[in-house]
Design a protein around this ligand. Sequence first.
Ligand SMILES: [Zn+2]
Length: 440
Amino acid sequence: MRLFSWDRPVFAAASLTLALSGTASQAQWLAPAYELRLHPDFEAKTVTAQAAISLRRGAQLQDELRLSAPDLEIRSASIEGLALSPEKREGYWLIKLPPLLAARLEMTLQLDYLARAGEGLVFGADYVYTAFHTCRWLPCVGSDLGRASLKTTLDLPAGFSSLASGVPLAPPVPQAARAQQWLEAAPYPRYTLGFAAGRFTQSSESAGDKQLHYLGVSDEVAALQAKFKATPAMLAFFSAKAGLALPHPSYSQLLLPGGVAQEMSSYAAIGHKMLDPILENEQEDWVIAHELAHQWWGTWISCEQWSEFWLNEGITVFMTAAWKQQRWGEAAYQRELDIAARGWQRAKDANFDKPLSWPGDYPSLSLKRSIHYSKGALFMHALRQDLGEDAFWAGFKRYSQASAGRQVRAADLQTAMEAAAGRSLQPLFDAWVYAASSGQ
Ligand SMILES: [Zn+2]
């Protein structure tokens, strides 16, 4: 999600790094797989849900299970027919497990719950979508950076279509009241799991062996096609630079009212405020590029720790600039770098210029973004300058291919880039990524 600021809109995605810091330490149980049946109520602006959550624990017995989803109304919980009693605590739900269950390594938790409209679960008159604040609609277990698969079944009124992480299990049939199913079989970062439903207009096209879908709430098909027309060329560009095809057989972009800009696994939610400037100036294509780039960097390849969120966002900001350079020329690339330089300058002006992988707490989201988005992008440019075109892109491809489908650290990028450069890049990484600085 992006919020407007002084210069270029900035992303609210980073806000989660503050809001959710600390949850990893509570990850007594992991939830590697979710199955949800969701019933959106468009009048009440609620979603009633049944969940089957696969749980897995580590070596130690855990007689408590925490659901870091305090805004959900959990109505019942059971494991293999044994009713449990969730207790609402400050910031989470606690389920005490009897010894028989605490000793288990794996089991499936069944939940009935209600989610209400709010941040992360956004209702319009005839649509609903999720955006980033996953625990507002999904019963979160473990770290928000943890990966999980998701099977979603949506019970929708006649005429509604849907979108969710992964692939549709049956082609959606608008005009029919029925359950629509989606499956994200690969484990993806939990914050990139989501769904949307509504009376969407839709246009589709092929790009190589991939399908591109453009969906809208208020746009006619021709408007969707005009606004998203750059997508196939971007898909080709990012696929080539990653050395990896798009992870899913299709990619969908849902155009919504407002200012959302949020990557999800297999799709993006994009607001009119973000995209519609493209009607005045076709070079204003950054939001399409940014969210599409996240299909590789940020979702499929995701940071292992929030302190290295720049591996998601700095790389994506840089790749958006690289797209613009290829499509619109050197001045367009330089403009993106200038925007990033002004972003980084805000951190310098605040005397809070931290190494990219600095593990401490930032006093504001703006400063955190200045480092992870802006300085991160400029570091990628610095690497490019240092290595030269051939070695840089070879190293970047190496990093992307080696990291596909997993969590990464800065060391993964360094290893790949050093292999391509044929020399140590320790001084450069020390200067930008790891260097000690005041205030740690
Ligand atoms: Zn982003």
